[in-house]
Each structure stands twice: as C-alpha cells, then as structure tokens.
Design a protein. Structure first.
Length: 617
C-alpha cells in the first residue's frame, strides 16, 4: 500500500474566466444572464483543479446576498448587482442587473455591443480532495467546498497559471493554509487503486473523512430538486424582504413548504410585505402643485429639461426605485392623484386570505374608478411592484372529526399554494394638439391625465374579465381554471338560471357579501324587461340589483354573457410607474404630438371557484 505524507497548499483568492453570451441580454430590464463557473478542469500551479457543482459543494450565500458585479475584480468599481445565483446542470448561473449610473451605462453598452465578452468569477476554496494522479504524473483535485464572492467583467481573461496562491494588492480576502494529505505511491502499486484512493484537504489537525458506502443515486434528479428548492426559497425571500431568512433556510435544508409557512406567518402578522411596493416619493402639497405634465411633455419633445427640472427629478427618482430607465419619463400615481381633482373614497371590501391589506393601493383605485368597473366591483390593486410576485395562499384547511376516547387523532396539513404574477405591458396613445401644447394649466394636465387613466382603465377591465393569456395578455376570470360554467337555456334568461350562478359559487364555499353580476348594457335591457314569473311585474333586474346583488354594466363585456362572483378574489398588479414617451412624427404635419403611455401590469385570480360564467349561444 501507499505511504502517506503531509503537504501544505497556500490557497487564497482564485479566478476563473468564461466568455459572455450576448443573446442572454434583456434590454428592457437591464439584466444579463450568464454562466460563471463549471466543472471544466483548470490547470493550477499545484495541478488540475475541478470546482464541484454537486449539492452542498458550492456556497452561493455571498452572491445571493446582493453580490457585486465588478469591473476587473476592482472592489471599488462596482457596475451592477447580482440578482440571483444558482447551480444548474453542473454550472453556476447568475442574473446580473447593470447600474443606471454613468459607469454602469458605459459597461452596459459594451456588453450589448460585444466589446467586453469575458466574465470572471472570484472565489475561495474552503475544502479540496485529491482525486487521482494521471499517467503524466499530474495531480487532479476537486474542490468539495468553495465560495464565489464576486463576478467581474474583464478585458483580458486572467492567466490562471500565474500568481495564484499568492497575495494580491487588491485582495480583500486572507490567504490560509490547507493541509493536503496526498499519496506517495510505490511504483508497484496498481494504477486503479491509485485513482480510487482519495484523501481530504482541510485545515490543520482535521481528520480525513471516512468514505461512505456507495449507494445508487440519481445525481441529476437530486441536483435538479436541490436547485429548484434553493431558487424557490431565495425568490420568495427576495420578494418579501426576507433574504436573510431565505439564506438560513437554504443552508439548513428547509423545505419550500416550511419556508412558505414562515412567509405566510409574516404576512398574516403584517411583519413582512413584498419589496418594492412603494413608489411614493413623499412629496408634500407644495411639491405636487409644482408638477406640470405638459411641461414634462414639452421637455421630452425638445430634449431640454431646463424648464422642467422638477419633473425630471421625479422621473429619475422613480427610475432609481425601479432600477430601470424610462422610455421617455416616469410619473407616479402620487402625482396623478393630485393633479387638480380629489380622489374619491372606495369603501370596497379588501378581503383577507393572508394578504396584508396595506399593500393594496386605494389611491390607484380612486383614480381608475370613473373608467373601470373592475375597481368599483372590489378588484384589488397592488401598485409599485418590482420583479415577479408570488402571493401565498391557502388551498385547503385543516381537517376536524370525532374520535373515540383512546383513539389517536390523524394529523392534517394546511395546503399552501402561490398565486404568481409577472409584468405584462399595456400601451396606449393620447393625442395632444398644437394649441393644447401651448397651454400650461392644472385643467390641461387633468385633461391629459384623465385620458391616460381612461385608456388604462378600459384595458385593465378587458384583461380582468376576458384576458386570454395569449399574445402577452393576462389571463382573465372567464378563462381561469375552476370557474363555474352555467348553461343558458334555449328559451333565454330566466329566474332559475340567474339563481344558478349564485348556487354554483355557494356550493364551492366561495359565497361572500361583496358579490355582483356584470354584463353588457344590452343584457341589462333584457333583464329589465324579463319577469321572474309571468304576470308578477317583478323583473330580473330591479333597482340596480340582480338577485339581491349589485348589477354593473360595461361595453367591455361580451354580448349575452353574464359573470357573477366575488370580485375581491381578482388581483391586479401594477409595476413601477407610468412610463411616458413622446411620438413627434405621427402628428408632425399639424404641429401636434402623441403621448404614448406604457404600464406594466398583470391579473391573477386567487380562487376560480369564486366565479360563475354563462353565455347564450
């Protein structure tokens, strides 16, 4: 057998370089997705090094804790932030968001143009094992515990054969010694034994780890499951401001359900809420009176913001909050709410279901109400969102039953699920004539504001009720899974059919006080002239009510179709602020302009069974 001897490696800061893939750029979000590590062997001064990517081998805690994206590994030159990092298919992958600062913009352009295609990762090896010595006498090692701590854009890939293992002028880490117990092989020893023998590299005085018995394992399935666990937990932690708790859950091996319960408890107790849900800038009444929407439009047309400095400051402040530059300029609902008209009180039921009610902005509902029946029906709105949103919900409750005196109770778990929302863009246009552009009064600002809100309100109504989920649309109530389908008899609408809508929802335990019937005005006319029973002079629609519930109408809905349910179960998410840009060419001949409006939004339905839908064919 082989004799053993001790050897000490001095390993400190290490680097690896990869080539950046341009197609992974998302220009709208200013993000790039890239690979920063793999199990590709790299020649080092001590031999061939392999970075382990099996579960537990790579510690991503520093990268996932708002890790830095640097220029040339310079810790004083940060150009962006690491939004997330995972191990996937034996590769380290990260999503990087570039800063909107001047230096960040410079690197962002170079990445898009392919001028700086190289990416490098800085990392420390914490534990390493000797794997084999090949036929050329080269030692092969596998890092079984290592920690990346930054990712950099580099002009020239680092020379991995020079300077590694030595101190560095810019090194913010401390070199440390690792004792390596390697093999001193006799020439007569079998080559197979030579390759199978492994010894652990660790800090001094540590004992070699005993080899565990071989157990057949589907490594790919285990790796995929672990990746999904870490991604899901870190995403929830980031969304609800619980990144530290998420890191602890990942490190402790907690299940997704266990962490989801922790989030639910925090939301229910109002201790946590989704990050980025506040786009207000804390403006006082005097500041708001200074704001002029028309001034901002004029400045956007000319490119000269000298006379619209305050409006520019508002846009820049909102861009900083969202981490995303505007197509033209941003304006938030804090400003729009006070452009010459007081907001109305909503009084809509906010509901419960473990959602913190202070997240749902009544301000936006107040603004939208004149142009949207969805707001009036109690649909809930969350404004100022950032990133994808996961809203936890209960899918089933605990079970209770009778038992005998000595009988053990059977455990039952609360079913937990998630309502997912992701931004989809609604766009519109508001024409502004040359004469209107020459005005600058609160009334003109209010006129333009109301035109924008009218378009957004109608667009949201369409998505809430009838969104198909195709062609970048949200998925609306009609097309949700679980919505009750009510058959309309050949003879047309009658009292029994109207009641059937309510009955279907009630049988699903979804009946609530703030239910309503929604339809087109033409169907309202039909119900107003259709008696419940012949000769009674009692009609299906009476006093703005149907079957004792409010009746609402909109030309956005389908002909001869009826929708009934608890509309507080519908959620509308609004990301960031209104993004406004000026189209100078469409009305150039008449001297006017077109204000193009962009708003990121999505619709989610908490429980499809809270609704019933029927259409006469």
């Amino acid at each position: 057998m082989a004799k053993k001897k001790s050897k000490t490696l001095k390993l400190g800061r290490q680097f690896r370089s990869l080539t950046f893939v341009r197609e992974s750029i998302n220009e709208e979000n200013r993000t790039v997705e890239l690979s920063f590590s793999s199990e590709e062997p790299v020649e080092r001064w001590f031999g061939m090094e392999i970075l382990g990517h099996a579960p537990g081998e790579c510690d991503l805690s520093r990268l996932n804790n708002s890790g830095a994206f640097l220029m040339d590994h310079n810790t004083r030159d940060q150009r962006g932030a690491i939004e997330s990092a995972v191990i996937d298919n034996k590769k380290g992958r990260a999503i990087i968001r570039l800063s909107s600062s001047e230096r960040g913009e410079e690197l962002w352009q170079d990445l898009k143009d392919g001028i700086r295609p190289h990416i490098s990762v800085g990392y420390r090896i914490l534990e390493i094992i000797h794997v084999k010595r090949d036929e050329n006498g080269v030692d092969w090692y596998r890092a079984t515990k290592w920690q990346p701590y930054e990712i950099s854009s580099v002009s020239v890939p680092a020379d991995t054969s020079v300077g590694l293992g030595r101190s560095d002028d810019n090194d913010d880490t401390t070199d440390f010694n690792i004792e390596l117990r390697e093999l001193d092989m006799d020439p007569e020893d079998d080559v197979l034994e030579q390759e199978q023998e492994q010894t652990r590299v660790q800090k001094p005085a540590a004992k070699p780890r005993a080899k565990a018995p071989a157990v057949p394992v589907d490594e790919e399935a285990v790796r995929k499951q672990e990746t999904e666990r870490c991604q899901e937990i870190m995403a929830m932690g980031s969304q609800f401001g619980m990144s530290r708790e998420a890191q602890e859950a990942v490190a402790n091996g907690d299940s997704i359900d266990k962490f989801r319960q922790l989030v639910l408890d925090g939301v229910r107790d109002k201790k946590v809420k989704p990050t980025g849900t506040e786009m207000n800038l804390g403006l006082d009444a005097k500041d708001v009176r200074r704001y002029s929407l028309i001034n901002a439009v004029r400045a956007s047309i000319t490119g000269n913001w000298k006379s619209a400095g305050f409006e520019r400051e508002i846009s820049v402040a909102l861009a900083d909050k969202m981490g995303k530059d505007a197509r033209g300029f941003y304006v938030n609902y804090e400003v729009l709410a006070q452009l010459g008209r007081a907001a109305q009180s909503t009084g809509a039921g906010m509901g419960g279901e473990l959602v913190a009610t202070d997240l749902w902005s009544s301000q936006f509902i107040d603004l939208l109400r004149p142009n949207s029946i969805a707001a009036g029906l109690g649909v809930r709105f969350a404004t100022g969102l950032v990133g994808n949103v996961d809203i936890p919900k209960m899918t089933s409750g605990a079970s209770f039953y009778w038992i005998d005196e000595d009988e053990d109770g059977t455990e039952s778990n609360v079913g937990l699920g998630i309502v997912k929302m992701a931004p989809k863009t609604i766009a519109g246009a508001v024409p502004i004539t040359r004469r209107l552009m020459q005005q600058s009064t609160p009334d003109i600002d209010l006129l333009v504001r109301d035109e924008m809100l009218r378009g957004i309100g109608l667009g949201i109504d369409k998505a809430v009720f009838l969104g198909t989920g195709l062609n970048n649309q949200p998925l609306g109530i009609k097309n949700q899974t679980g919505v009750h389908a009510i058959q309309i008899p050949a003879g047309g609408w009658d009292w029994k059919t109207i009641v059937a809508f309510e009955t279907a929802v009630a049988e699903s335990n979804a009946l609530a006080a703030n239910m309503a019937y929604a339809m087109r005005p033409s169907l309202r006319g039909t119900l107003k002239t259709t008696e419940k029973a012949a000769g009674t002079a009692k009609y299906l629609w009476e006093g703005d009510q149907v079957n004792g519930y409010p009746g609402v109408v909109s030309t956005q809905l389908e002909t001869d179709a009826l929708l009934h349910g608890d509309f507080s179960q519908a959620l509308v998410g609004m990301w960031g602020a209104l993004d406004l840009t000026v189209d100078k060419s469409t009305k150039a001949a008449s001297g006017g302009t077109v204000l193009r409006v962009f708003q990121d939004a999505d619709v989610a339905i908490r429980h499809g069974a809270a609704f019933a839908y029927g259409k006469k064919v």
